[in-house]
Design a binder for this molecule. Structure first.
Ligand code: 5AD
Ligand code: SF4
Ligand code: FES
Length: 361
């Protein structure tokens, strides 16, 4: 049918211009792109989806990112931090539900007490059922020593989104000061990789001031950094943040979701063996958003395990999905939703990135 498009789609090693053509696809071209990405995923990774039980450890944050509801400048959040017992209860629940891995996420803190408690918690989580749970951390920028300490405690995956790989856009969505250094963030990704973590990064899609060139460069950045995991999700304007005033200048929710799906699909073609998460933010903009992301090439879902009473305080962006659901409801819900689109959950496994384990062999 569409020979020019088909030629790009079936090619390898996309350049920036080719990526832009793919990201601009709509109608039948977009459908063809997503179908192709799913085919490629099935070929390399089968139809498995891996789960990470998400534990939102605390919403205290030292940073002030201009898009995020947890920013330190937002006085309208009730700040909390889970107790050790609460975290371990979540982890035991993850193990009982067969999730195979947990992801510990929180606002950014670097005080010695926090660092020590995380190390302790990782060690305790690794004691559950003889170390059967994989542990992903998503705790922001830290010193090399801290990253090493947590790795030695037993964490083996780390997520640190670059948010935007364009330095210029990075400083439009973060305050321009020493606490929010683009260079430092890139450096942290390098440190995480050399510490031995399966390292993940990612970006938001549909940010104010973001162009197709920025998005194409984000994909090239992931490839260049040779990361093992990527999380791409739509930006959702939060009323208590500075970026909210640009909400009229961004694409519609449907457009942000579509662009997210195309980003996932193109990246699946570029990096067929990485783990890619179907971000919860997808479900916020569309009730079927996570399934659509899985169908477009993602292979990881992070069901929320945070105790109900804290969920509404982990208010990164409005209308987060599953806020009122119980963890066991999510399990059966996901089974059904994923079976409906021809996927199955791989229970009781860590679900490591094939891109990473192949290299480690
Ligand atoms: N919309 C979508 N995603 C957001 N994040 C933070 N704020 C928002 C928002 N308003 C994402 C960031 C961060 C992750 C924890 O949540 O990418 O890395
Ligand atoms: Fe803090 Fe992360 Fe939110 Fe930035 S995105 S304010 S570092 S929780
Ligand atoms: Fe939480 Fe469906 S995944 S209720």
């Amino acid at each position: 049918m569409d020979r020019d498009f088909e030629e790009i789609l079936l090619g390898q090693d996309f350049g920036r211009e080719e990526i832009k053509v793919l990201l601009a696809a709509d109608g039948p071209r977009m459908k063809r792109l997503l179908d192709r990405a799913r085919e490629v995923k099935f070929r390399y990774l089968d139809n498995y989806v891996h789960l990470r039980g998400l534990i939102e450890y605390g919403n205290v944050c030292e940073k002030n990112c201009l898009y995020c509801g947890l920013r330190s400048g937002n006085g309208r959040v009730a700040r909390y931090c889970l107790s050790d017992e609460e975290v371990l209860d979540c982890a035991r629940l993850a193990q009982e539900l067969g999730y195979g891995s947990v992801a510990l996420q929180s606002g950014e803190r670097s005080d010695p007490e926090f660092i020590a408690r995380i190390a302790h918690l990782v060690r305790e989580i690794k004691k559950i059922d003889g170390g059967s749970l994989g542990v992903t951390l998503s705790l922001g920028e830290q010193s090399e020593e801290t990253y090493r300490r947590w790795f030695e405690a037993g964490a083996h995956r780390y997520l640190l989104r670059i948010e935007s790989s364009s330095e210029e856009l990075y400083y439009k969505i973060h305050p321009r000061n020493a606490m929010h250094s683009f260079q430092r963030r890139v450096e942290c990704l390098e440190i995480l990789k050399r510490t031995g973590y399966q390292t993940g990064t990612g970006v938001m899609v549909g940010l104010p001031f973001q162009t197709l060139d920025h998005l194409a460069d984000d994909l090239l950045f992931f490839k260049r950094m040779d990361v093992a995991m990527v999380g791409i999700g739509p930006y959702i304007p939060h009323p208590d943040t500075p970026l909210y005033r640009f909400r009229d200048q961004i694409p519609s929710a449907a457009e942000r979701l579509d662009m997210t799906l195309k980003m996932i699909a193109v990246l699946r073609l570029m990096m067929p063996e990485i783990n890619m998460v179907a971000a919860t933010a997808n479900q916020t903009v569309d009730p079927q958003g996570r399934e659509k992301a899985i169908a477009a090439g993602a292979n990881v879902i992070m069901p929320n395990l945070t105790p109900g009473e804290y969920r509404e305080s982990y208010f990164i962006y409005p209308d987060k999905a599953c806020v009122k659901d119980q963890p066991d409801q999510c399990r059966s819900c996901l089974d059904i939703r994923l079976a409906a689109i021809g996927h199955r959950i791989l229970y009781n496994a860590w679900g490591d990135s094939l891109a990473f384990t192949k290299k480690a062999r």
